[in-house]
Design a protein around this ligand. Structure first.
Ligand code: HEM
Ligand SMILES: [Cu+2]
Length: 555
């Protein structure tokens, strides 16, 4: 038996390997929980996606002729809610964070395994609550649920929607604490702080955001719940309440939440780019500190969502400046990724294509973000389709591309099987064009005056809307090769070996999939995760080839 360093939890009783049904139980293994999050998220991606297709089908014509307007509002509200809280956040943080943060820092599990399982199981609870809300037609006041609208439309549905959000919020807080303690206490002692992979720093930055920003949202939602159900008047101006207070509480969470959705995928591509370009990452410290900077500055920009809410001039000035500043650390990252690619021996794997796709999309969405920081411009386009275009470039082109990149990169580790690269490339091309086709025309629509969140519009906007709808159908079809590839490769894919990409970070030093407590004896770190110098590359190549040969022999 190996002697564990003091800061590792001791061996616990467990079977040799997990069975399929273990994945449906209250299992405390971080890898099981990671897969639970990922599978749940990918199922709800389909649900949210189906809603998007219905929305775009309604908008293919100017008249409200496909669904009832109340149904349209419920679809719109729940599309946003599901995509944020049951797809991007659980996949990027819950899924990849849980599976890989412990593996990347040489830990046997998360610091609080039971808390981790509890955090996951709050999500199915939220799903049940959301389903119940559909007994009353579903919440219809938009994912932002501003009062007074949210207090007078479908109050029962809105109440269950609030409870669902409080459940996922609590899950997020528990997860955040766990990540921070895990990195701090369970990192193998031989790993220096400067050798912690950038993905882990990204998860920590996201955790800080979740810890600081989620409680105010929860409070705002509870106040809304009380207003609806118990006759309080926090947000009722006619009884001395203040509607704007809700907007502050909501955006104090929801602006940082956009970084919650994008920092983890920045972390993913900070792994993918150096590994598939065979080059040391450019500016390790710059990327790590810029994550922290985004997380801190990002906490002070929320009023840019409220420039039209009667905001005083000094506030507009302050929040314009802070919003402009937040683009700087983002630019630092973009520069570092491009510099890493520069002169690299780039392998155009599907993981790499999605990572490069992310950088290009994000630059576009970031720039439209900067335009929105300017009050005189924002006053014109606020609540128009320009906003919808902006945030889909960063959320689809950013978060979704990053999750895809992470799947193509880490699937061999999680399942022991390779994905089909040809299908991956077909998936990439369709997704890339589908994203532009769906979301680019939205900017023109917004600039020429089409408001967001409507089922009916002025007929002059028909042509551009039809382009968007075609793009949405293309995106819907694009997921077919992806889901087929994942399921098919999982069952009968080519064996992956421990280190198919010849990468240096610790998750690649164990078996694929990893054994239950991750390693027989804990790894000792002798080089950093990005030291792609020649000596190390030769050594890694030799080790991986030997392991693969051994695996072949064993068969
Ligand atoms: C350079 C970085 C960014 C800047 C300067 C920026 C700026 C802005 C501004 C000023 C608005 C408010 C516009 C309005 O409603 O009138 C906005 C909306 C939005 N942004 Fe960004 N943004 C940036 C990056 C991001 C990222 C990374 C995400 C998500 C991953 C994101 C997601 C959103 C969303 C979801 C909304 C609309 C929310 C809603 O009203 O429903 N943004 N952005
Ligand atoms: Cu914002």
């Amino acid at each position: 038996m190996t002697v564990l360093p003091v800061n590792q939890p001791g061996h616990s009783e467990h079977p040799e390997a997990w069975k399929w049904y273990d994945y449906f139980t209250f299992n405390v293994d971080h890898k099981v929980i990671g897969i639970q999050y990922l599978v749940m998220a990918f199922v709800f991606y389909l649900v949210g996606g189906a809603m998007a297709v219905a929305i775009r089908t309604e908008l293919r014509t100017a008249d409200p002729d496909f669904v009832d307007p109340a149904v349209y509002n419920a679809l719109l509200t729940n599309h946003g809610t599901i995509m944020i809280f049951l797809w991007v956040i659980p996949a990027a943080i819950g899924g990849f964070g849980n599976y890989f943060l412990p593996l990347m820092v040489g830990a046997r599990d998360m610091a609080f395994p039971k808390l981790n399982a509890l955090a996951f199981w709050l999500n199915p609870m939220a799903i049940v609550l959301l389903l119940i809300s559909f007994v009353w037609g579903g919440a219809q006041a938009g994912w932002t649920s501003y009062p007074p609208l949210s207090e007078i439309t479908a109050p029962m549905a809105q109440s269950f929607w609030i409870l669902a959000l409080i459940a996922v919020g609590s899950s997020s807080i528990m997860g955040a604490l766990n990540f921070m303690v895990t990195l701090y206490k369970l990192k193998v002692p031989s790993m220096k702080w400067s050798q912690v992979p950038l993905f882990c720093w990204a998860i920590i930055s996201a955790s800080i955001i979740a810890l600081v920003a989620t409680p105010p949202l929860t409070i705002g939602l509870l106040m809304l719940f009380f207003d609806i159900n118990f006759g309080t008047s926090f947000f009722k101006p006619e009884a001395g309440g203040n509607v704007i207070l809700y907007q502050h509480l909501f955006w104090f969470y929801s602006h940082p939440a956009v970084y919650l959705m994008v920092l983890p995928v920045f972390g993913i591509i900070s792994e993918v780019i150096p590994i598939h370009a065979r080059k040391p990452i450019f500016g390790y410290k710059a990327i790590a500190y810029s994550s922290l900077a985004i997380c801190l500055v990002g906490l002070f920009v929320w009023v840019h969502h409220m420039f039209t809410s009667g905001t005083p001039a000094w506030m507009r000035m302050f929040f314009t400046i802070s919003t402009l500043i937040v683009a700087v650390p983002t630019g630092v990252k973009i520069f570092s990724w491009v510099a890493t690619l520069w002169n690299g021996k780039i392998r155009y794997t599907s993981a790499m294509l999605f990572a490069i796709g992310l950088v290009s999309m994000f630059v576009f969405g970031g720039i439209t973000g900067v335009t929105l920081a300017a009050v005189p411009f924002d006053l014109h386009v606020h609540d128009s389709y320009y906003i919808v275009g902006h945030f889909h470039y960063v959320l689809f082109g950013g978060s979704v591309f990053g999750i895809y990149s992470g799947i193509y990169h880490w699937f061999p580790k999680m399942t022991g099987k390779m994905l089909d690269e040809r299908l991956g490339k077909i998936h990439f091309v369709m997704t890339f064009f589908g994203t532009h086709l769906t979301f680019l025309p939205m900017h023109n629509l917004g600039l020429s005056g089409m408001p967001r969140r409507i089922a009916m519009y002025d007929p002059q906007f028909t042509n551009l809307n039809q382009l968007c709808t075609m793009g949405a159908y293309l995106l819907a079809i694009s997921i077919i090769p992806f889901y087929y590839n994942v399921i098919n490769s999982w069952i009968r894919g080519e064996k992956a070996g421990d280190n198919p990409w010849r990468a240096l970070s610790l998750e690649w030093t164990t078996a694929s999939p990893p054994i239950i407590e991750n390693w027989e004896s804990l790894p000792v770190v002798t080089y950093g995760p990005y030291e792609y110098g020649h000596n190390i590359l030769d050594q890694i190549e030799a080790e991986a080839a030997a392991q693969e040969a051994e695996a072949k022999m064993a068969e």
